[in-house]
Ligand binder design. Structure first.
Ligand code: GLN
Length: 279
């Protein structure tokens, strides 16, 4: 069997199961099975598929049929032009989160804190883009921190970043001129509506606060002002309907210049604020 034939068959099985983007997913899984970059695929499709690759491809298609996200099957995901290791212990880095990164990079910072760092994709991207900056990432999941540390090492950033285990600010010392977070913001009542890829395969504690979806923001804003330098900024990712509620929490915490920003799809995605300069 040629790789092209195996690919066609795999894509058809995904499409039959109603998986959106079946063709694209099958190509990425085939490239993974063959151990090549997806843009090299067309060069080998006419060749017979090696036995090992065929078995690996079939396993990958079977996993995708169980709705495992492609990034978890192939173990990595591109974010802001860099590759991050991804497992079921961390949230899959999403393109809309690049909005938060862009906003963070629009101004200077030397010391950055990322709360609930997961794969480390936000924090490590910021450090890679700002070679003089240093950072601290926290997470309640030791398994996630081990992925984040691995990603830091792969990106050559290990000497500028530290990761600590704990709830929000519990393990945090010192102050920062930038605090970022993509916390769990899906309300418990919305969990049943999520795609099976997200609901059944991504870490639940990265998705929901098990409440109204605002619990993480309340916890973060209780302590953020005490860890921001004068004039320091805080940026959090939000769900599309949460802009007003989170902006209100920012103002109540004494932050100023509070603004809500939309992502590339035009949906509210980031709330930004700033600690007043010292008087
Ligand atoms: N953006 C994710 C989703 O909608 C949610 C991530 C989060 O809660 N931080 O699936």
């Amino acid at each position: 069997m040629t790789a092209a034939e195996a690919l066609r068959e795999g894509a058809a099985r995904l499409a039959e199961a109603g998986i959106e983007g079946a063709q694209r997913d099958a190509r990425r899984l085939m490239a993974h099975a063959l151990g090549i970059a997806p843009d090299r695929l067309s060069l080998v499709l006419r060749d017979p598929i090696p036995e090992g690759a065929q078995a690996a491809f079939e396993d990958a298609i079977a996993a995708r049929l169980r709705r495992v996200p492609v990034s978890q099957i192939i173990g990595r995901r591109e974010f802001y032009g860099r590759e991050f290791r991804v497992t079921s212990d961390v949230l899959d880095p999403r393109p809309e989160t690049e909005t938060l990164v862009d906003m963070a990079l629009s101004q200077g910072f030397a010391r950055v804190l990322d709360l609930g760092t997961g794969s480390g994709c936000i924090l490590l991207t910021l450090l890679a883009e700002r070679p003089a900056a240093t950072g601290l990432g926290t997470d309640v999941s030791e398994a996630a921190l081990s992925i984040a540390r691995d990603n830091a090492a792969r990106l050559g950033l290990a000497d500028r970043v530290e990761f600590r285990l704990g709830d929000w600010f519990a393990p945090v010392t010192g102050d920062f001129d930038l605090i970022v977070s993509n916390p769990p913001y899906i309300a418990l009542s919305e969990m049943p509506d999520l795609a099976p890829e997200v609901r059944d395969h991504e870490p639940r504690q990265a998705l929901t606060d098990e409440g109204d979806g605002l619990g993480a923001y309340r916890a973060i804003l209780a302590d953020a002002p005490g860890h921001l330098r004068p004039g320091g900024r805080i940026l959090v990712e939000i769900g599309a309907s949460q802009g007003e509620a989170v902006a209100t929490l920012f103002r109540a915490a004494g932050l100023q210049d509070t603004t809500v920003h939309s992502d590339m799809d035009g949906r509210d995605r980031v709330v930004a604020g700033r600690l007043p300069e010292a008087k």
